[in-house]
Design a binder for this molecule. Structure first.
Ligand code: XMP
Length: 518
């Protein structure tokens, strides 16, 4: 049997620009594979990607840096002679100009936002463009001139060389960001580069990753056994489903019910994954978690205890099953570390329950989703016919409801919060804002207040409702839901949960707040 042909692909060199992942995703949306490498990758490292794709072109990303800085970010210039087209965007554009002896200096104005590019030559990457194109700019340095072997393709009011091409070599530059939607014909510019200039074929499809993943897992694990921590999130569920297809009963998906899951969550996870043919073991570890959390009020200590206990339970199960391989739902952005764009969250210890227990003694780690973005993982989940609720589940923190109970965690509080959370979820998902918010949940605060229940005075808990919109959880804005929706939530919670006398709505953005309360 001949091996499957490799897909055509584009290598993106990351100089730290904020849109690097966006470039990679735009290319993938064209069904052409893409991978990001750090800007200082050597020619050999670039060539090594030839093992997973047929390298058809290279894109140099933007950067907050300047080519005239004391220690500018450099490029292994041998890459320019690899024989495939190279496109520089923003900093990449300035770098290519500077490397070829162009005049690159700080501009008289900093161009930021939507600008008009005047297209001097609608050819190659700018084929099909109008005389004036709205483009998204974000730069301080400007290319003022280029040697005579270059053709200027476009200019703006303040940038005389806003787009160029080399006359003999397939080298291109765009001062603007075609990957950003505000560049109205940006998709067309990238399509021109990927298909017309590089000659790529649209032969990469994220859903093929199911078959490829199955083959890769079989090759790696052979006749061995594997284990995965199944949180119920989309990544671990899709990874478990793929590995389940490859290994059948030789994988066990361990779902640790630490007692801080949402209403019926553990049962739903088990049912959905068993339907997908995955061997699931739900470990009821509520008592041991609650015992260790007794009397603990500090949020960081809570997280630490839950993380440690989780690993212990997981290790016991892995050992009992005789698993030699650990499966993880790591996705592409998790493993790409790119200088500036890297998000190092130091505000909270995000112990990602389900993360790698580093000291465990496994023969290997299997990561079937390691090359995919979240939306591609969701596409796989749909192909695998996992339930919609699971594929589109809102993010839920590993320590679960523990970070949504301010103060000590008790069974009574957990029960009240679970009920309140189910009401918020139900109301939001059946409202006109369904599908809009990033997360929507209830928090049990440690504030008590007076209320009237029936004819009697009651002194009960205050529940806070949090509904936020976000694209990546790094920043978030509180949603402005209809008053009617908030009223329904409040009425149902105070009527249905005897211990709650008051419901408040959280109107804080992130920053300054975080999404979770603890
Ligand atoms: P914050 O509260 O820091 O949360 O704004 C950002 C995103 O991360 C989720 N989150 C967690 N996820 N373990 C996780 O796996 C955690 O300990 C944790 N804490 C917060 C949160 O739900 C939001 O989506």
């Amino acid at each position: 049997m001949s091996p499957d042909p490799l897909p055509d692909g584009i290598v993106i060199l990351d100089f730290g620009g904020q849109y690097c992942h966006l470039i990679a995703r735009r290319v993938r949306e064209m069904n052409v594979y893409s991978e990001i490498l750090p800007s200082d990758a050597s020619l050999e490292e670039v060539k090594a990607l030839g093992g997973v794709m047929v390298i058809k072109g290279i894109i140099l990303s933007g950067s907050p840096s300047s080519v005239n800085a004391e220690n500018p970010l450099k490029l292994d210039e041998r890459i320019l002679d690899l024989g495939v087209p190279v496109l520089g965007l923003c900093y990449g554009h300035q770098l290519l100009a500077s490397l070829h002896g162009g005049d690159v200096r700080k501009g008289s104005v900093r161009e930021y936002g939507s600008r008009t590019a005047f297209i001097d030559r609608p050819e190659h990457i700018l084929l099909g463009m109008q005389m004036e194109e709205p483009v998204w700019m974000s730069h301080g340095d400007t290319v003022y001139s280029l040697p005579s072997c270059f053709r200027v393709l476009a200019h703006t009011d303040s940038a005389p060389v806003a787009a160029f091409r080399h006359e003999e070599k397939p080298i291109y530059g765009l001062q603007w960001h075609p990957e950003v939607k505000h560049t109205i014909h940006g998709d067309k510019m990238l399509t021109n580069f990927v298909f017309k200039v590089c000659g790529s074929q649209p032969n990469w499809h994220p859903a093929d990753a199911v078959e490829e993943g199955i083959k890769a897992v079989l090759a790696q694990v052979g006749k061995g056994k594997a284990v995965i921590a199944l949180s119920g999130g989309v990544d671990s569920s899709v990874a478990a489903a793929i590995v389940g297809k490859a290994l059948g009963k030789r994988i066990i998906a361990v779902h640790v019910d630490h007692g801080m899951m949402r209403l019926h969550e553990s049962e739903q996870v088990k049912e959905a994954m068993e339907k997908a043919g995955v061997n699931v073991k739900v470990v009821d570890a509520k008592d041991r978690f609650l015992r260790r959390l007794r009397g603990v009020t500090d949020p960081e200590t809570k997280r630490k205890i839950i993380g440690e206990e989780f690993i212990r339970v997981f290790e016991e199960e892995a050992e009992r099953f005789g698993a030699k391989y650990l499966v993880q739902g790591t996705i592409y952005p998790d493993r790409i570390e790119s200088g500036i764009t890297r998000h190092a969250d130091t505000i909270k210890t995000h112990h990602n329950v389900g993360g790698l227990p580093i000291h465990m003694n496994f023969k290997g780690v299997v990561e079937p989703l390691k090359d995919l973005y979240k939306d591609e993982v969701r596409a796989l989940g749909e192909k695998l016919e996992l339930p919609r609720e699971l594929v589109w589940r809102q993010p839920f923190p590993g320590p679960g409801l523990a970070v949504r109970i301010v103060g000590e965690i008790t069974e009574e509080k957990l029960e009240a919060l679970r009920s309140a959370d189910a009401i918020v979820t139900d109301e939001v998902e059946h409202s006109e804002i369904a599908g809009v918010p990033w997360q929507y949940f209830a928090v049990l605060t440690d504030t008590k207040s007076t209320g009237v229940k029936g004819d009697e005075r009651a002194y009960g808990w205050t529940v806070a409702v949090r509904i936020v919109e976000s694209v990546d959880a790094m920043t978030a804005n509180f949603t402005r839901p209809p008053w009617d929706l908030l009223e329904r939530i409040s009425t149902r919670i105070t009527n249905g949960i005897p211990e709650v006398t008051r419901v408040v709505y959280d109107i804080t953005n992130k920053p300054p707040s975080t999404i979770e309360w603890e």
